[in-house]
Design a protein around this ligand. Structure first.
Ligand code: FES
Length: 164
């Protein structure tokens, strides 16, 4: 029979476990560690689906009800499936002048991506964002943490096709 620890480890990647261990050291009180642990679970699972909440409860040895009620109380957590890659298209003035609205249309037409929505294949989620500090190289967007600049339709497609 597998130990409880080995069962727990199956639910988180080694990287997430390292982050969780750091949180545990920083917040010896399990309840204080709960919110940062939920962030890590959200990163790991994509959103706080039931398995993610169960994994956090097991890891922190807290009742599942406690974990679930904390997670659902705060709107800062994702409670439904999100796209695997977060696209943040800047639509501030400089980027708009340089063609961001065309890109927004392309995202809708080719990828089925509307602001706030997820592409039908689950690859992308779109947020229309504020300035991301690349105004002189617009239109600009972030995909996850990667900055992409001087976009046109062709480059937009090339960039997005590099994310699975
Ligand atoms: S206005 Fe788009 S990056 Fe600044």
């Amino acid at each position: 029979m597998k130990s409880e620890k080995s069962q727990r480890e199956k639910t988180f990647s080694p990287g997430a476990l390292t982050r969780l261990e750091e949180i545990k050291k920083k917040y010896p009180d399990k309840r204080a560690a709960l919110m940062p642990a939920l962030y890590i679970a959200q990163d790991e699972f994509g959103w706080l689906r039931p398995e993610a909440l169960k994994a956090v409860a097991q890891y922190l040895e807290l009742p599942e009800m406690t974990v679930r009620s904390t997670a659902t109380f705060y709107s800062i957590y994702k409670h439904e499936q999100a796209g695997r890659n977060m696209v943040r298209l800047c639509t501030n003035v400089s980027c708009m002048v340089l063609g961001a609205s065309t890109l927004k249309g392309t995202l809708k037409t080719l990828y089925g991506l509307a602001p706030g929505g997820t592409s039908p294949d689950g690859r992308f989620q779109l947020e229309i964002g504020e300035c991301i500090g690349a105004c002189d190289r617009g239109p600009a967007m972030l995909v996850n943490d990667d900055l992409h600049t001087e976009l046109d339709t062709k480059k937009l497609i090339q960039v997005l096709e590099s994310y699975k």
